[in-house]
Design a protein around this ligand. Structure first.
Ligand SMILES: NC(=O)c1ccc[n+]([C@@H]2O[C@H](COP(=O)([O-])OP(=O)(O)OC[C@H]3O[C@@H](n4cnc5c(N)ncnc54)[C@H](OP(=O)(O)O)[C@@H]3O)[C@@H](O)[C@H]2O)c1
Length: 244
């Protein structure tokens, strides 16, 4: 039976790269999206043309915590099993001191931390049954803060703590790991990373290039299939965390 991964925020960018990579290696994919329905549908159509009924779409705003158990139930109803939860969905924007608002807190902590925690709880029975795994996408800046991004940094640091805590609590049935990207895809619209800032960051990456969604997906796939690895935060950053 082909394994099933739920990838959150899987319609575009890094998430779509993860979906493609896992699908190429024989996984079936529950592709979650929030607003990017056209991208999600196009990706599902393309992958289902290669292997019929191997990808299904699930729409949800992950800030609506009460609906997360239903999301897992829908995935189980459609596929009959769940082997992996990949927490990729995320919001990202600066919050300098003075701009800490309730709505920024809800958005940044909600998508990057609260949703992964409650999704993990909703998925744990199915993951125990399948001897499955959770992989979350953290950030090298969880440890080494990027200026004026306190709420995002706190959320990703919490995601790192969640990874270690659940790795301990859910063993030996469920493995729990994270990847920590450096600079993979620059945000689509961004006032933070202007051309000068991008060049400055790129000049500090030992492997002399920004990462790709495939670089991250390869590491995620490794963590999903590595039977003796749990509680690990794996930097996938071209070596940048070494020099930060
Ligand atoms: N890109 C990088 O260089 C980089 C660097 C460090 C860490 N990361 C981490 O890597 C992951 C992927 O990065 P990315 O740049 O590809 O992410 P992204 O494009 O900023 O966001 C990915 C998806 O998250 C979904 N999302 C956001 N808020 C949501 C919510 N409340 N409910 C449901 N879905 C929500 C969106 O789905 P819809 O479009 O469907 O609304 C969006 O397409 C993220 O966890 C990010 O923090 C990325």
């Amino acid at each position: 039976m082909e394994k099933v991964a739920l990838v959150t925020g899987g319609a575009r960018r890094v998430g779509a790269g993860i979906v493609r990579y896992l699908h190429d290696r024989g996984w079936r994919v529950a592709l979650h999206y929030r607003s990017s329905s056209a991208d999600a549908q196009a990706l599902a159509d393309e992958l289902n043309a290669r292997r019929p009924e191997s990808v299904a779409l699930f729409q949800a705003d992950l800030l609506d915590t009460a609906k997360l158990p239903a999301l897992i139930t829908q995935v189980l109803t459609r596929f009959g099993r769940l082997d992996a939860l990949v927490n990729n969905a995320s919001s990202f924007f600066p919050t300098p001191v003075g701009q800490f608002t309730e709505s920024a807190w809800q958005d940044l902590l909600g998508s990057n931390l609260k949703a992964p925690i409650f999704l993990a709880q909703a998925a744990v029975a199915a993951l125990r049954e399948s001897r499955g795994a959770i992989v979350s996408i953290a950030d090298i800046h969880a440890d080494r803060p990027y200026p004026e991004h306190t709420l995002y940094t706190v959320a990703k640091a919490g995601l790192v703590a969640m990874t270690r805590s659940l790795a301990r609590e859910l063993a030996p049935q469920v493995r729990v790991n994270a990847v920590a990207p450096g600079s993979n895809l620059w945000p689509d619209q961004d006032s933070v990373f202007d051309a000068t800032e991008r060049a400055r960051i790129e000049a500090t990456i030992p492997l002399a290039r920004t990462g790709t969604p495939q670089d991250l997906a390869q590491a995620i796939h490794f963590l999903l299939e590595a039977p003796y690895v749990t509680g690990v935060i794996l930097p996938v950053d071209g070596g940048r965390s070494v020099v930060l």
